[in-house]
Write a protein that binds this ligand. Structure first.
Ligand code: BGC
Ligand code: CA
Length: 337
């Protein structure tokens, strides 16, 4: 009995010593310090600033798990050159992982060279570099969402509404006259969302007639302007507005409100993102639907990956596609996520 007790005590003692050593080692190597540099293309972008908030929260949640986290945020205000400089600052400030939302997704080379030089892993997010760039080095990753899926979901929501409300076809010609509000040209989420939404509507048996489109760069005010132009050209002929994101759908609604259109002359509007204002507009019946771009999950996935790439721990738990990509699924619904 006595011998057993001593053996047990010895075991506990040796485990404690091991734990102490492990902690000591971590401290010495600074491995429990996660210093994240976050570079945003533009913090005035509604979805993006929300996503960055979620990312910050998720990173700081690791403080409870024995890590010391810091987040340094930079806003490039849509200038790639500014962003390149900001990344140098973040490296100088001692960041050991970088989360980069590129301004120009075709121009990551300076950032990649810098990261390689200092051996700092980079997680690109939301604005996807081309595969050749990601494949330049094995410490480059991408976290985003599958653009096609959001387009398909938007198309499904629109098809459902059109099927269940025949009055959507206001002039009763058997076709839905539609316009598109597009995000930034060259952004992976712009064209792909449009194509998939339109193809899905067609595959659900809806006849479509495209009247026009306007590029509004994800922006509410620009969308209002583009929409005002399209309304002046087509008056009440427009029956459906497909917007590549919620802010542009809300801008289109603003245009009609400005012109005091009566409800019976309004088209139906669809967005993507599930921003707070859009969900509110869905509740009020102004916006017919939106698709949820899961910023909470994207933030969690990035934080987990950031900790894993800095510490080298739990890397095996991260599920990649094509080695270094993670796509977080969208959620569909008419406002309840
Ligand atoms: C979002 C847009 C946002 C853009 C920024 C897209 O995924 O849907 O709202 O403006 O990312 O890069
Ligand atoms: Ca019609």
């Amino acid at each position: 009995m006595h011998a057993k007790k001593i053996a047990a005590l010895c075991a506990i003692f040796s485990i404690s010593i091991q734990l102490l050593c492990a902690c000591g080692k971590e401290q010495a190597d600074g491995l429990n310090q996660i210093r994240v540099g976050v570079a945003s293309y533009n913090q005035s972008d509604t979805f993006l600033s929300g996503l960055v908030e979620c990312l910050k929260e998720s990173i700081h949640s690791y403080d409870e798990k024995g890590y010391e986290t810091t987040v340094m945020l930079r806003d490039a205000a849509s200038s790639q050159r500014k962003q390149d400089d900001q990344l140098k600052e973040l490296v100088d400030a001692g960041c050991n992982v970088l989360c980069v939302n590129l301004v120009d997704r075709s121009a990551p080379s300076e950032i990649i060279d810098l990261a390689k030089e200092y051996d700092i892993p980079v997680i690109f997010f939301n604005r996807e570099p081309v595969a050749e760039d990601i494949m330049q080095w094995d410490r480059l990753y991408y976290v985003g969402a599958p653009a096609e899926q959001s387009g398909v979901m938007q198309g499904e929501l629109a098809a459902e509404l059109i099927h269940s409300n025949p009055q959507t076809d206001r002039n009763r010609d058997g076709k839905i006259q539609y316009v598109v509000l597009e995000g930034e040209p060259g952004h992976q989420d712009a064209i792909i969302r449009t194509e998939n939404a339109v193809d899905t509507l067609r595959s659900k048996g809806i006849e479509l007639e495209k009247l026009s489109y306007g590029i509004a760069n994800w922006n509410r005010a620009q969308a209002e302007n583009r929409m005002l132009q399209m309304i002046s050209q087509y008056q009440s002929k427009i029956e459906l507005v497909l917007a590549n994101n919620d802010d542009m759908a809300l801008g289109a609604i603003d245009a009609y409100e400005k012109l005091n259109y009566t409800e019976s002359a309004l088209p139906v509007f669809f967005g993507i993102d599930g921003t707070d204002s859009a969900l509110q507009a869905v509740k009020e019946g102004k916006l017919a639907g939106t698709v949820y771009n899961d910023k909470e999950r994207q933030g969690q996935v990035m934080a987990k990956l950031a900790v894993a790439v800095v510490t080298g721990e739990r890397m095996a738990e991260v599920k990649f596609e094509n080695d270094r990509y993670i796509y977080v699924p969208y959620k569909s619904g008419t406002g309840h996520f």
